[in-house]
Design a binder for this molecule. Structure first.
Ligand SMILES: *Cc1c(COP(=O)(O)O)cnc(C)c1O
Length: 438
């Protein structure tokens, strides 16, 4: 009989995971702070949100923070903040959550996809350059699944062509790029703080910038109740009504949670980092799998390791498909899933749908004429689903449990030849539009 659980053997993981996956970690202080807001009927105020903004901005050493009800809203404010409007093009990776770029369409802008780097899984600086036209205004960078993008090279391209940089930091709160926090490199950055993210405080988002005008444009756009903060004459003229027609105020039960989370996140992040590094150390040197983490000593870190991925090398396992590999590991009791976010340019919304009744697809309605070949081929992006898999996201450093999980993966790798004969290969679609969580 086979050793592998998928073929009738014993499961590798038998221990109770306890609270190793529980997230967010809710403390009494958080509960009390929420109750205080609730009992005071202060849910729709801005006083606590402003304290949270100050704390979050200070943590990054940035001048201004604008709390929003979602990360999507923070991105929308950021795009408006840097002045994206009719006909402007924003270059973005296609492997990301949709909110990284879809808000651009409602501003009359155009999304142009660039390929990703196979190692970082973030936007490829060399490919950005190929997508630049006279209409290009900005680059949207996602630090994807915790891994910081190659900011040095991205900044070089942005300077050369006078482009703005927007950082989407929804996957990498607290991560460092060469010793400096992500979210501090761009003209503006936006963070989702919804409860699946590593900095999880409810439905919430925040925009950071050092530029007073970008900050005020964000306020003008979706925060009419704060128009008394406006000082830029052009913006003051339009005070009183939200320019975008959106109401993006942060819920104060979330900002109250956020104030507590700011105090305890660094230690939680350190524990996650220790746990995830222990996991990958236990798999070091095995064929077929690689960690996504940056080199030790590079000063680049994974922050809270949001939705951590692994790289898969099918050729090192005699061509075993990632689907079959993950299935076998799941049978051992470890929830591995093949793929990541499905590439956005594959969706009808980014091909044929006419959202705003322009008489032609929204994807080209404000810019390029011909949809065929739009954005050009994205070879790395298109093949990535069979080359990455989602790994367990450990929140606690329990080495005995983590060792068991790593042991299950090791067991499948060591016995992978037993899986080859019945390997049906990969289905056509792997991954999901939005990452889903345990
Ligand atoms: C979650 C997420 C967002 C949007 O944040 P919400 O708070 O869910 O609106 C934006 N970008 C990325 C990369 C995300 O993962």
């Amino acid at each position: 009989m086979s050793k592998l659980a998928l073929l009738g053997g014993r499961k590798a993981v038998t221990s109770d995971p306890k609270d190793i996956f529980r997230w967010p970690i809710v403390t009494k202080e958080m509960e009390d702070s929420v109750l205080e807001v609730l009992r005071a009927g202060n849910m729709s105020g801005t006083n606590i949100t402003k304290q949270f903004e100050r704390g979050f901005a200070d943590w990054h050493g940035m001048n201004y923070g604008l709390g929003c009800n979602t990360g999507t809203a923070a991105l929308h404010c950021a795009f408006f903040g840097i002045g994206i409007g009719k006909g402007d093009e924003v270059i973005c990776p296609s492997v990301t959550y949709w909110a990284s770029c879809l808000p651009v369409f409602s501003l009359g802008g155009t999304v142009v996809f660039a390929d990703i780097d196979p190692d970082t899984l973030c936007i490829d600086p060399a490919d950005i350059e190929k997508r630049i036209t006279k209409k290009t205004k900005a680059i949207l960078v996602v630090h994807y699944c915790g891994r910081p993008a190659d900011m040095d090279r991205i900044i070089t391209v942005a300077r050369k062509y006078n482009l703005k940089i927007v950082e989407d930091v929804s996957h990498a709160h607290g991560a460092m790029y060469k010793g400096r926090m992500v979210g501090t490199f761009g003209d503006v950055s936006a963070f989702s703080c919804m409860s699946g993210k590593s900095f999880a405080i409810g439905e919430a988002g925040i925009m950071l910038t050092n530029d007073r005008e970008i900050y005020e444009r964000g306020i003008a756009f979706g925060h009419y109740e704060r128009h008394n903060e406006l000082t830029v004459p052009e913006l003051k003229k339009g005070a009183g009504l939200p320019w975008g027609g959106y109401k993006y105020r942060m819920h104060q039960m979330s900002s109250a949670v956020g104030l507590v989370q700011l105090k305890k996140y660094p230690s939680e992040m350190a524990e996650i980092d220790r746990a995830m590094n222990y996991f990958w150390d236990s798999l070091d040197g095995l064929p077929g799998v690689r960690s996504p983490r940056p080199a030790k000593g590079s000063g680049t870190t994974m922050g809270g390791w949001y939705s951590p991925l692994g790289h898969y090398k099918s050729d090192e396992l005699n061509g075993l498909s990632i689907t079959r590999f993950c299935e076998a590991v799941r049978a051992e009791g470890v929830n591995l899933a093949p793929g990541c976010n499905i590439a956005l340019h594959k969706h009808p919304l980014l091909n044929v749908l006419d959202v705003y009744k322009d008489g032609r697809p929204t994807v080209i309605s404000n810019s390029v004429e011909d949809i065929r070949g739009f954005g050009g081929p994205l070879p790395v992006t298109e093949g990535i689903q069979s080359r990455v898999f989602r790994v367990p996201w450990f929140k606690k450093y329990y080495p005995e449990i983590i060792k068991e999980y790593a042991g299950a993966i090791r067991k499948v790798i060591e016995n992978h030849k037993e899986l080859l004969s019945d390997d049906p290969g990969d289905p056509e679609n792997i991954g999901s539009w939005g990452l889903s969580f345990h």
